[in-house]
Design a protein around this ligand. Structure first.
Ligand code: WQD
Length: 338
């Protein structure tokens, strides 16, 4: 099945994807600078799969460190997660986002080209649909960015498309994630944000654990059934399987650049997620209504036709399972990964 380099492989989606890759029979090499994740993820991957990925503590901006990986291993393909991903932080520190995400990807691409490795699955985001489109979002819709983080994803998608235009031996799938939540069913891996989280489910977990008095609900005046924002939450293990499908059904069979939505095609409101989480954890979650967050859209969910038809992939887990798996990880790891 070949050897896959997973950049950002100790992170939330990266580590779950390593589990899915090993289960599918791939050999896995991980490169990560550990700036926003913990090496403990590798031990958890081993506990789940019985295999420990070969690990390089490497920053994407360090071409020499990347070259060492390709010198040591015959890499057949790359899944590129490594990058910064906090929307609000990107507004305060745009240079860090352009340097890490865009320049880091350029370094990786250069080294891949030097070693003749031209199969790439890229971690993109539904954020590229901007604020002008109406859900369900389709891959051929106009894209735009409302913050530097989204801009980096758009820029990288353009770079990848241009590379494929110039050299048709490249095969690149850009996966546009909707809202990844949940955890591996074992409770050994899960979302372990560094610093204060901003995403909904980690914020719910903080509230349930008593680390914050109540969950702020950013806007109850949206044009939605209960007034709160609607998003397409997708189980992180479903998302991981989407990367295996992109390798097997796209980079192994086709060339060129193509984007794919990875979502469930169904939206849930903030209050629906809160209510589901309350059922799962057996505790009430105090709320307080705040003003809308800058840049938030009212409704975001995916049209998943292309991934279903071309990758033979679709999400399987419903919201209850996502919340139950998230809660199990929290209970088993109250202080996160060591
Ligand atoms: C979801 C909903 C909030 C926290 C972001 C990035 C996106 C991707 C996923 C990287 C919204 C509401 C949230 C809280 C709340 N990240 N909310 N109280 O903003 O859809 O997407 O994360 O790829 O690129 O943009 O996710 O989880 O932050 O918010 O009411 O404490 O929950 O307003 O409606 P979002 P989110």
């Amino acid at each position: 099945m070949g050897k896959i380099l997973v950049t950002g492989g100790t992170g939330f989606i990266g580590s779950h994807t390593c589990v899915a890759l090993i289960r599918a029979g791939y050999q896995v090499v991980v490169a990560d600078n550990l700036s926003h994740s913990k090496v403990e993820s590798l031990a958890r991957i081993q506990m789940i799969t019985g295999k420990t990925p070969r690990f390089y503590q490497a920053d994407m901006r360090d071409a020499e460190a990347l070259r060492q990986v390709f010198l040591d291993h015959q890499i057949d393909g790359v899944i590129h997660f490594a990058g910064l991903k906090a929307v609000a932080e990107s507004v305060e520190q745009p240079l860090a986002y352009y340097e890490n995400n865009v320049y880091g990807t350029l370094q990786l691409l250069r080294v891949m080209e030097e070693y003749g490795c031209k199969k790439l699955v890229f971690s993109s985001s539904a954020t590229v649909y901007g604020a002008e489109n109406t859900a369900p979002y389709r891959e051929n819709m106009e894209t735009s960015a409302v913050n530097p983080y989204g801009q980096t994803k758009l820029m990288i998608e353009q770079i990848l498309e241009d590379i494929c235009q110039a050299d048709d031996s490249w095969s690149i799938a850009a996966l546009r994630y909707f809202n990844p939540i949940g955890a591996h069913e074992s409770g050994l891996l899960g979302e372990d944000p560094s610093g204060i989280p901003t995403n909904l489910v980690p914020c719910i977990a903080r509230t349930v654990m008593g680390k914050q008095n109540a969950l702020p609900v950013y806007g109850k005046d949206y044009d939605t059934p209960d007034g709160t924002g609607i998003r397409d939450y997708v189980h992180v293990m479903d998302l991981a399987e989407g990367h295996i499908a992109a390798l097997a059904e796209y980079t192994a069979k086709r060339t060129g650049f193509r984007t794919f939505n990875l979502g469930t095609g169904k939206g849930y409101s903030v209050l629906e997620v809160v209510q589901t989480y309350e059922k799962v954890c057996g505790k009430r979650i105090p709320l307080h209504t705040e003003a809308r967050r800058n840049g938030d859209v009212a409704v975001s969910y995916a049209d998943v036709t292309r991934a279903k038809e071309e990758l033979k992939w679709e999400a399987t887990a419903g919201l209850s399972r996502m919340c139950a798996d998230s809660w199990r990880f929290i209970c088993q790891n109250p202080r996160g990964l060591k």
